[in-house]
Design a protein around this ligand. Structure first.
Ligand code: XBP
Ligand code: MG
Length: 261
């Protein structure tokens, strides 16, 4: 039996990247009087760099209209990133971004059946707070037995640090857990810590190559389109905790390769 379900946040719990973080970054650029804007496709490329601050620093290295001094560049990036997170929290409050379908049901099922949930993310804690307080109410943190965010680790995903930290805090072995992820970086991070991974495809990583996961599918809300197929005979229309347990015990590793390259 699984002891803990470890959740990624952005892309997995909610589609927060395009209309959340990206829009907030663009607004923060505007308010900081810089002419940069990230459109939907180019932000998809930038998502290969995990962590909003790191993503911004990476993008700034490709631009000529940035402070020459590294410390000034970094200070500007910190200012913009801080403002971005404030704007992101406002966006999450209103108009809001829904949880992906099937996520709330899996949260409820884990709680009812006494399976610990953990948050393992490269995003900042304030962003998790904004999203989950909106959807789960003021006691949202009590839903989770552990929370590891970007600021809690030396190396963000795809490094294993975030998952290793969560396992250590929970005193669990990797094979007592399942990670739910959407991105290749997140998958790599969980795998490097030895945690079996279930992938729910997100908008930005719909095509991305994913290798050696225990299941991959379009989302927790439906049983169709999953590989391996969920077990027969469920009365539910969605993926359930029993399906996670079943995939975890079967350990039939599956891969999907990017067909666009
Ligand atoms: C995804 C990320 C995050 C967000 C921005 O995190 O890479 O960096 O895009 O967050 P995950 P910050 O999928 O692991 O939840 O600006 O707070 O870094
Ligand atoms: Mg993600």
């Amino acid at each position: 039996m699984i002891k803990a379900v470890l959740w990624d946040v952005d892309g997995t719990m909610a589609e927060t990247e395009s209309e959340g973080h990206r829009v907030a970054f663009n607004k923060a650029f505007e308010l900081n009087d810089v002419p940069w804007r990230w459109d939907v496709p180019s932000y998809g490329e930038l998502l290969k760099v995990t962590g909003g601050f790191e993503r911004l620093m990476h993008d700034m290295r490709t631009r000529s209209d940035v402070p020459v001094q590294v410390n000034e560049r970094e200070a500007l990036a910190r200012r913009i990133h801080h403002r971005k997170n404030e704007i992101y929290a406002d966006l999450i409050r209103s108009p809001g971004i829904p949880l992906r379908p099937g996520v709330r049901e899996m949260f409820d099922e884990c709680r009812t059946r006494g399976v610990t949930m953990g948050i393992v993310t490269t995003t900042s804690r304030v962003n998790v707070q904004a999203l989950l307080s909106k959807h789960l109410g003021p006691d949202w943190a009590q839903w989770f037995g552990v929370m590891v965010c970007g600021e809690n680790v030396a190396m963000k995903k795809p490094a294993p640090d975030a998952y290793e930290e969560a396992l250590q805090r929970l005193s669990l072995d990797p094979l007592q857990c399942v990670a739910i992820e959407d991105s290749p970086g997140g998958v790599a991070s969980a795998q490097a810590a030895g945690v079996p991974v279930v992938v729910t495809r997100s908008v930005y990583f719909a095509q991305a190559t994913v290798e050696d996961v225990i299941a991959i599918g379009p989302g927790l809300h439906q049983r169709a389109g999953w590989q391996p197929e969920p077990q027969a005979g469920s009365s539910e229309a969605r993926v359930t905790l029993d399906d996670l347990v079943d995939w975890q015990s079967r350990m039939e590793y599956v891969s999907q390769h990017d067909s666009s390259i």
